[in-house]
Write a protein that binds this ligand. Structure first.
Ligand code: ADP
Length: 303
């Protein structure tokens, strides 16, 4: 049993011939709406990969909140621990994509999932009993993350922190983290060390471990992933695939990692599984819809 504690937002994506300047209105060419948020994407990835996931996020009582509930129902995810705000709307992300350059401009409004209270987190106590892992990111309010991590740590649930979107985190929070999974940009911003090669990655890993983190995994995009399991370190290359849409690659990877770890695989084996899941997801458009099913991952790994 695993818990994903994080954000849900509805992605509102429009494609445009060029990104509008301040005060300018541009006629866009395409609109797509769908479930998103790092927390939700990671939870859905893990669920589709076969993990027994409980998703914890906070929604408003509105149409966008219904999008989350409908998606979870379609996927067969448990909605038992969904939290609701009576006065804050569900979060959303306003995404503009330049159809020529693929450059984007994004505004994320956390809405309800930025208002998770201490009382909300305390209600999760029964859920922590018998859970093996809690995976969280930095997209909900930081006070809720502090609280959830502490509760998990005290209950003996291993904490995986995907520090995205990157922001400063207190050393005391890191001291309760079993595994941290930044991408290379996040690793550099947090540690001050550019992850240019394995030696530099070892330095960045040491920075985390000096603060009490047990294991470090840094995703390197199409180059793969750096792993430090607390004893030895190395780089696992990514699968060579034709990438169509790499948004959410990190979310796919984290969901896969959580799934494999919950099945008792070691960090290296789990990274192979997560690499495969992410490689499959970047070949499709979209976020939750692009996350592969377990049978697709197993078939890919058997090739
Ligand atoms: P983020 O999306 O957070 O920036 P990365 O870009 O580091 O994360 O990607 C996460 C993981 O997704 C990588 O470690 C790799 O396993 C996989 N991945 C990303 N891009 C590609 C790609 N072009 N080809 C194959 N795998 C990829």
């Amino acid at each position: 049993k695993v818990i994903v504690f994080g954000s849900f937002v509805v992605d509102l994506m429009g494609r445009t011939p060029h990104l509008p300047a301040s005060g300018e209105t541009v006629k866009g060419s395409m609109f797509r709406m769908g479930p998103g948020g790092k927390g939700f994407n990671q939870g859905a990835a893990a669920h589709k990969a076969g993990a027994n996931v409980t998703m914890v996020t906070k929604l408003g009582r509105d149409a966008f909140g219904q999008v989350a509930q409908d998606t979870m129902q379609e996927l067969g995810m448990s909605s038992e621990y969904l939290l609701f705000s009576e006065d804050t709307e569900t979060g959303c992300a306003l995404i503009m994509v330049d159809e020529n350059t693929s450059q984007n401009k994004i505004v994320v409004i956390s809405g309800a999932c930025g208002t998770i209270t201490n009382e909300d987190v305390e209600r999760l106590a029964p859920l922590m009993d018998g859970a093996e892992y809690l995976l969280t990111q930095l997209e909900t309010n930081i006070s809720s993350i502090d609280r959830a991590v502490r509760l998990a740590y005290e209950k003996g649930v291993k904490v995986i922190l995907n520090p995205a979107p990157v922001q400063p985190v207190k050393d005391v929070l890191l001291s309760m983290v079993d595994l941290v999974t930044p991408n290379e940009v996040e690793a550099e911003i947090m540690t001050g060390i550019p992850v240019s090669d394995k030696a530099a990655a070892d330095q960045a890993a040491k920075w985390f471990m000096d603060r009490g983190v047990k294991k470090v995994l840094i995703t390197l995009g199409s180059r793969g992933v750096y792993i430090h399991d607390g004893i030895k370190s190395g780089i696992l290359p990514a699968y060579r695939v034709k990438a169509l849409d790499t948004t959410g690659a990190g979310d796919a990877f984290n969901g896969g990692l959580l799934t494999a770890l919950s099945e008792g695989k070691d960090l290296w084996e789990a990274a192979v599984f997560a690499n495969a899941l992410a490689a499959l997801s970047v070949q499709k458009l979209g976020t939750t819809v692009s996350m592969p099913l377990r049978k697709e991952i197993d078939a890919f790994l058997a090739e």
